[in-house]
Write a protein that binds this ligand. Structure first.
Ligand SMILES: [Zn+2]
Length: 214
């Protein structure tokens, strides 16, 4: 569902540009709103959320899908934790659909899907691993890396139940906004994938904006 935001960029308390292939890790407090902005279009932002109080509690695609009765994420979707508690709610969305089924790219899946030579190519899982290694203060370890959300990525489900990676439906300036319902750690890999159309074969930067509770 397409919903525009009334929040103004100049009132944001923080603005962070994340280059193509880089990661972001940081805390969004309960009541704050995070906008993920697709600056140049057709970019995939592979995202994980954790409870800042206890990272063992994390985003759960299974609980989110079951509770909302729909496979796609958009305005009104409440992202649920592995304890089935509400973590964040999508409050604005100018893209209209975000995937939580396709998973993140890894060097292993790149070799299976594309070619053995792709093994050395940079993948989202590497970016997450680098983020948690460089930021031990969040208490997140390799075992905490679970299923994720691919903001702006288009993975339609076929009538037969199949998953297909399709051309993106995002465009320059499209965004999704989420209000935190608990203090959360946000971990994003701005996807470096070059082998499928999830980011138009051309990884580009995103911007993260945060507003305080109104
Ligand atoms: Zn990726």
């Amino acid at each position: 569902m397409l919903t525009e935001s009334t929040r103004r960029a100049e009132q944001a308390v923080s603005r962070t540009k994340v280059d193509a292939g880089d990661y972001f890790i940081g805390i969004v407090r309960e009541g704050q709103t995070l906008r993920i902005l697709d600056l140049e279009g057709n970019q995939a932002a592979d995202t994980l959320f954790y409870s800042a109080a206890d990272p063992a509690e994390r985003y759960s695609a299974v609980d989110t899908i079951r509770e909302q009765g729909n496979l796609y994420l958009t305005t009104g979707s409440v992202l649920r934790s592995s304890e089935n508690r509400p973590m964040l709610e999508i409050v604005a969305d100018t893209c209209g659909r975000h995937d939580t089924l396709g998973g993140a790219c890894a060097t292993e899946s790149n070799t299976v899907r594309y070619d053995l030579e792709k093994r050395c190519m940079h993948a989202c899982r590497d970016s997450w691993m680098l983020a948690i290694a460089e930021h031990p203060e969040y208490g997140i370890s390799k075992r905490d890396i679970g299923h994720n959300i691919n903001f702006f990525m288009n993975v339609p489900v076929t009538e037969e139940g199949g998953l297909t990676f399709e051309d993106g439906i995002s465009a320059p300036g499209k965004y999704v906004e989420l209000t935190a319902l608990m203090d959360v750690v946000v971990l994003i890999s701005n996807c470096p994938q070059l082998n499928n159309p999830c980011n138009g074969y051309n990884p580009t930067p995103i911007e993260l904006l945060v507003w305080d509770n109104e």
